[in-house]
Write a protein that binds this ligand. Structure first.
Ligand SMILES: [Zn+2]
Length: 135
């Protein structure tokens, strides 16, 4: 199998060679110059001509890596969807927590106002008492 990006022959399983898998792992930043079209090199007819009696087996050998690549892609999509779902869930929870904290903050401000009013009344009462006690 060949690397989907550079076309280099792959030794192990996977869609990309070692050099390309590092590059491919990082998502590209959106750009008007970015070309997302994937070009897959055409199969050479010479490979079929070599084994005329074993056509079916060679067809299976070629389809197996494709199935593996599809499975990997499906798993990757499922994983990314799960990540998206969990991050959305975390976001909504954080939003609810922010709303709760805001209401607590509003209550604190209200209570602080009440406390200031009560302090003002206490000072006024103390002054009145001092005036009554003095002859
Ligand atoms: Zn490559």
């Amino acid at each position: 199998m060949k690397c989907l990006r550079c076309g280099k022959e792959l030794s192990g399983t996977g869609a990309f060679c070692e050099a390309c898998s590092v590059t491919v792992a990082e998502p590209l930043t959106p750009s008007p110059y970015l070309n997302t079209k994937i070009s897959i090199p055409k199969r050479k007819p010479a490979a079929k001509a070599k084994k005329p009696e074993g056509k079916k087996s060679s067809g299976r050998d070629l389809s197996r890596p494709r199935v593996a690549v599809c499975l990997v892609a499906i798993l990757l999509c499922a994983f990314l969807l799960l990540q998206l779902y969990y991050s959305y869930e975390r976001y909504t929870k954080a939003e609810a927590e922010v709303a709760r904290l805001r209401s607590v903050e509003d209550e604190c401000v209200h209570l602080t106002d009440l406390l200031r009013q009560a302090e003002g009344r206490i000072v006024a009462l103390e002054e009145a008492l001092a005036r009554e006690a003095a002859p």
